[in-house]
Ligand binder design. Structure first.
Ligand code: PBG
Length: 343
């Protein structure tokens, strides 16, 4: 299309402030919006009965026992949020995270209950061993003779595949491996297909950085590593090109949806991944530290929580995310609903 003289005209003919003069005009020309369909709410499910423990480091979030999840799931459905992402706090932890694989493990029970209560609600299961292992690492730990330890990639893949099948059996719709093991998509796809679950999709935490922003989550999920850190498997945060290699491998392995995590300080990564793989749905995870920092500043009265919340979420969409996993899902959906769907 040839450009008309008018469209390339500069000041004083062109004045970009014109389209900002009327709120309805701003509504019409807005490039990105949020709806409840953009959100996934992470939930922490704790073994036991009658538990609704407030997570102090993440105000407004709770650890729930299975018998209490109805309260929060009803709210999710009422606000038309399409999905929840489940994290488990089992009764017992051991070296290989046995509870993660058990048919009556805490997430298996929660998934069954959620499907019974709301068959149409999408259940995404976070797939990782760190909440179930005594050492708190995301995989099988092998001690070396020199005193070092290694997170054994391929042994971990076998356990994750078992965990995935046990979760799908009880009704999980989407499997979301968060442990940054190489080849996890291939392993899960083969395992799920062989078990008759070729219709189940994989949302890989494809580009997950070793980030200090996970701090509050580790209190919430009781999953901090007991020794060392996660830097031999999660990505090194100064690296951006490597993110594209992670995403490319997942695409080759047949991933259904990609994810970048954290989100707010990684908008450049979200943008790059979306530019490189525009056809693959992309999730972004606004992690616990991002959420809690806004909460803390708002509690001090230093920022307007509603506005900063919506700004942080819209920025993630503007960067290229198709949907956002966020602890603000309920608040944001409620606010957007009350504003007639416009945020
Ligand atoms: C477990 C997992 C973590 C998060 C999601 N899944 C913690 C970690 O990797 O240490 C972090 C989520 C958050 O901070 O909100 N592998």
């Amino acid at each position: 299309m040839t450009k008309t003289k008018e469209s390339t005209a500069s000041f004083p003919t062109t004045r970009l402030r014109r389209l900002r003069q009327h709120p309805k005009l701003r509504d019409l020309v807005r490039e990105h919006t949020l709806t409840a369909n953009d959100f996934v709410l992470p939930l922490f499910i704790k073994s036991g009965n009658n538990i609704k423990n407030h997570i102090d480091a993440m105000p407004g979030n709770y650890q729930w026992s299975v018998d209490r999840i109805e309260e929060v799931l009803d709210r999710v459905v009422e606000l038309k949020i399409p999905a929840v992402m489940l994290f488990g706090l089992p009764a017992n932890k051991d070296e290989i995270g046995s509870d993660a694989l058990h048919e009556n493990g805490v997430i298996q029970q929660a998934t069954r209950r959620a499907k019974q209560l709301h068959p149409d609600l999408l259940i995404m299961a976070d797939l990782c061993l760190c909440e179930y292992t005594a050492h708190g690492h995301c995989g099988v730990v092998e001690k070396k003779s020199d005193g070092h330890f290694e997170i054994h990639n391929d042994k971990t893949l076998a356990l994750l595949t078992e965990q995935a099948i046990s979760l799908v059996k009880v009704g999980a719709d989407v499997i979301a491996p968060s442990g940054m093991m190489d080849g996890v998509v291939t392993a899960l796809r083969h395992g799920l297909d062989a078990a008759g679950y070729s219709h189940i999709s994989i949302l890989n935490y494809s580009v997950k950085y070793a980030s200090a922003f996970y701090g509050p989550f580790r209190e919430a999920a009781d999953g901090a590593p007991q020794f060392g850190d996660r830097s031999t498997y999660q990505m090194d945060m100064p690296n951006a090109r490597e993110a594209l290699r992670e995403a490319a491998l997942d695409v080759e392995e047949g991933v259904d949806m990609l994810m970048v995590k954290p989100a707010g300080h990684y908008l450049d990564i979200i943008y790059r991944v979306k530019q490189q793989f525009p056809e693959i749905p992309l999730a972004a995870y606004q992690v616990s530290g991002e959420f809690s920092m806004i909460k803390a500043a708002a509690e001090k009265g230093w920022v307007n929580e509603e506005k900063v919340m919506l700004e942080s979420l819209l920025a993630i969409k503007r960067a290229g995310a198709d949907f956002i996993i966020t602890y603000y899902a309920l608040d944001a959906a409620q606010l957007i609903g009350s504003k007639d769907g416009k945020a």
